[in-house]
Design a protein around this ligand. Structure first.
Ligand SMILES: [Zn+2]
Length: 106
């Protein structure tokens, strides 16, 4: 958006922009128009918790749709989520091994 001295600045973080910039150099927000789909909060959350897991973390950190505090909280939640999934897999495998060894004894 134009400010009084005619220069452009980012609507999200107030970083000054060059006239031809299409994205903010600091936070990546588009200079005009809509937020790109990969920066929308719901898209990032779906990627994080349902599709690619921790591999979507760079997407989260580059997204302009979250505050820094939200990014930290979501990153921690993602870590807990991954730990929960992995420990479930390990527990399932242990039960499987126990099942196999019981078969051997019986
Ligand atoms: Zn910005």
């Amino acid at each position: 958006m134009p400010n009084p001295n005619g220069a452009l600045s980012c609507s999200a973080c107030s970083q000054s922009l060059e006239p031809l910039d299409r994205f903010c150099r600091r936070c990546g927000r588009p200079v005009s128009g809509k937020t790109p789909f990969h920066h929308r909060p719901w898209f990032v959350l779906v990627m994080l918790f349902a599709v690619v897991g921790p591999f979507a973390l760079p997407l989260l950190w580059r997204s302009a749709g979250f505050s820094r505090r939200q990014k930290v909280v979501i990153t921690v939640l993602q870590g807990v989520f991954v730990w929960f999934i992995l420990s479930g897999i390990v527990r399932g495998y242990m039960m499987y091994l126990q099942f196999i060894s019981n078969l051997g004894v019986g």
